[in-house]
Ligand binder design. Structure first.
Ligand SMILES: Nc1ncnc2c1ncn2[C@@H]1O[C@H](COP(=O)(O)OP(=O)(O)O)[C@@H](O)[C@H]1O
Ligand SMILES: [Mg+2]
Length: 448
């Protein structure tokens, strides 16, 4: 049986209200909807509504009564994990005499993780040797930021008192996130949460000073509002900027690890290669690791794998998707697939790119349209000449910088005799997307 205090903490950490918790407790005891309605003196409809909220908050998929079973399994397994950690005889917990407490809401299972040894070593060093207060993992959709954050957190979990892994996919309000985190960190104490955002952040920072915590915020791009030329937050979500700034500037012994497609303004302002705030640009998998993905999909035609991997820039999500197409349509043979010169840009990618494209300013869009048509690498000067009727030089430079922050550009340094300049291009999947966009009637689809 699950301890009530534990259930309460877990419920709060997942944003479940007390009213919803009352229904959950009775449902877990096996009471029917009718019985619950009678006991709590509410309608059966209200019971169903509260339960469905609970399922939603715990991210239980599916339909019907199976959901309750699934939720029960989830709660029991989290409780067992908690008990195991707290009674663990492992040397590290004895030695440090701590109660590692962990929340992994929405974290994927990373048992099929390949490669990334260098990134993991760098991140380990930043977090432990260099005591970074914020580490941002940045890169395009599907490149493996979320996976890397979970793998890293699992790998270093023993060295923290608390690990709280929180996805922002459902754009929770900053106040709710802070409330959840503080509830976990203050457990089993019951504290009065201050209403004001600044005070909540201060309270959190107090806990982060007292304890060694790893806080992971996944998919931070969701709470960034950059439809304007420069980064702003949605009103509702503005507090995330305050949180990032204060966690980066103030002293504490914890670390915020975050993932995002776009670089938040606060990170751009605070980061330096030797400071307490750093960002790692997550690139595609190295060929060896990418090959393991293709191998796990049972593909053949190994001589051509490198070409396939290069086309998709080692993006693991893109490779998994294209591998499935090759399995289904080309008898798993990469050679057969490559005979047809086309790119697989799945709906999943199109959605990510649609989302990204809608956020671009006009100068950014013009640059993307131009780069999509070009087959060569392009210099700032080329761009300036080509686009001078459309955008000013300062708009061009600002837009190039922000496109970089949005993980949309490929850059290479060219070294001539005594000069070095940056050349820009788009990777094939992005190029293909933009060209298709341009081929569509302007009004409907070019987000103008
Ligand atoms: N290191 C890796 N090894 C194997 N598969 C990976 C790895 N990184 C990512 N993937 C695969 O790619 C998918 C996308 O990765 P994810 O971390 O969700 O990308 P992002 O967060 O950057 O959008 C994952 O669901 C997983 O299947
Ligand atoms: Mg992700």
């Amino acid at each position: 049986m699950i301890n009530q205090d534990f259930l309460q903490t877990l419920a709060t950490a997942n944003g479940v209200s007390n009213l919803e918790l009352d229904v959950l407790v009775l449902a877990m005891n096996g009471d029917s909807t009718t019985a619950i309605a009678q006991k709590l003196k509410i309608s059966e409809d209200a019971v169903r509504k509260r339960l469905s909220e609970v399922y939603r908050k715990f991210k239980i998929p599916g339909n019907g009564p199976v959901k309750l079973t699934k939720l029960q399994q989830l709660l029991v397994s989290q409780y067992q994990q908690y008990l195991a950690q707290n009674s663990s005889d492992s040397p590290s917990s004895r030695q440090q005499d701590i109660n590692p407490y962990q929340i992994w809401s929405g974290a994927p299972d990373v048992s099929d993780f390949y490669g990334r040894t260098e990134e993991l070593a760098t991140l380990d060093q930043w977090i432990f040797s260099d005591r970074c207060r914020i580490v941002a993992l940045l890169g395009m959709g599907g490149i493996g930021k979320t996976y890397l954050s979970v793998k890293l957190a699992k790998q270093i979990q023993e060295q923290f008192e608390y690990i709280i892994w929180q996805s922002l996919h459902h754009s929770p309000s900053i106040k709710d996130v802070l409330a959840n985190v503080i509830t976990v960190l203050s457990y089993p104490q019951k504290i009065d949460l201050p209403e004001a955002l600044d005070q909540r952040v201060s309270l959190l920072i107090n806990y982060l000073r007292e304890h060694h915590c790893l806080l992971v915020l996944d998919a931070v791009e969701i709470v960034l509002d950059s439809s304007a030329a420069f980064w702003r937050y949605n009103n509702e979500l503005e507090g995330y900027g305050i949180l990032l700034r204060r966690l980066g500037e103030e002293q504490h012994q914890s670390c915020l690890l975050m993932t995002s497609i776009e670089k938040p303004r606060e990170i751009a302002l605070l980061e330096s290669s030797t400071g307490f705030v750093r960002s790692l640009e997550v690139k595609g998998l190295k060929p060896e690791a990418a090959k393991q993905i293709l191998q796990s999909k049972g593909l053949t035609g190994e001589q051509q794998w490198s070409e396939l991997i290069q086309t998709y820039r080692g993006n693991p999500l893109a490779l998994k998707i294209v591998a499935t197409t090759i399995q289904d349509v080309f008898s798993s043979n990469v050679n057969e697939f490559l005979k047809y010169e086309f790119l697989v840009v799945s709906d999943m990618f199109r959605e990510i790119l649609d989302w990204q494209f809608k956020r671009l300013s006009n100068p950014e869009k013009e640059i993307m349209y131009y780069l999509a048509k070009e087959n060569n690498l392009v210099s700032v000067q080329n761009l300036q000449q080509a686009l001078q009727q459309l955008i000013t030089t300062s708009e061009l430079v600002m837009a190039l910088e922000s496109l970089g922050w949005r993980s949309l550009l490929e850059k290479v340094q060219s070294h001539n005799e005594d000069t070095s300049e940056t050349l820009f291009s788009l990777q094939p999947v992005v190029k293909n997307y933009v060209n298709k966009l341009m081929a569509l009637p302007r009004k409907e689809n070019r987000h103008e």
